[in-house]
Design a protein around this ligand. Sequence first.
Ligand SMILES: [Zn+2]
Length: 279
Amino acid sequence: MPASQSVLNYDVFVAPEKPFVAPPPAVGDAPAWDPTTSTLIFGARDAVLVDPLMTVPEASALADWVALHDRNLTTIYITHGHGDHYLGLPVLLDRFPDARPVAAPRTARHMRERDTQALDNSLRTMFPGQIADTTPPPEPLESPEFQLEGSAIQIIETGHTDTVDTTSVHVPDLGLIVSGDVAYNHCHMYVGDTTADGRADWIAALDQLAELDPDAVVTGHKDPTQGNPPSVLAESRGYLEYYGQLREANLPSQELFDAMVRRYPDWVSRQQFLILGLG
Ligand SMILES: [Zn+2]
């Protein structure tokens, strides 16, 4: 190890499940967003934050938590173009104005698209008064790798998973993957709006991450009582495969929902929007 290289560490903030405004669902729990993570990767002086969350209250709590680590926040990285992971950005930038918001070029482009902005606005409707009106666009990263105190932070393009142009973060020196929504941890997955082809792409992305043989995987959504084991990659793959079997069997919505909950009785967020889709 070069003398200039310091030892990295990481810490995970989990925003708890939060209720949102929606008509009563036909199945499952009362409407609430699944618990969402933000990960701070830090050295002796500097830090990188992965995904600045969504609502002003949770992003404010996140900013306080980041400040407790007493590091210089240089970078805020956004894994994918779903607003639950980045609409809190203006709150973080207000507190840490020197931090540079970045995303992979394809993700940054996806975030600027009309459909993405429409989804952001529907989140503002679901969480009235809780989400900033505008979010500055992240800068596209020039390279899929950057340095934190001499250690590599690698961006893994995972392509089409729960949306298009998604990424995960790999920190080889920590054996760490911050997966974004490529993997979930004991939390029902956002499969309701997927197709068979989309699920095949998603499974390929999980295999791509498994090939990195990580020691820890922090998922974008998780049961807060769980750790961050790499077994979440295989579990997420199994969830997608089982869901795909049920979809191919053309189960009615209610039965499909019940079968997933029966198969995963301990997983959090028994949400209609996750299992059956937002539309
Ligand atoms: Zn998400």
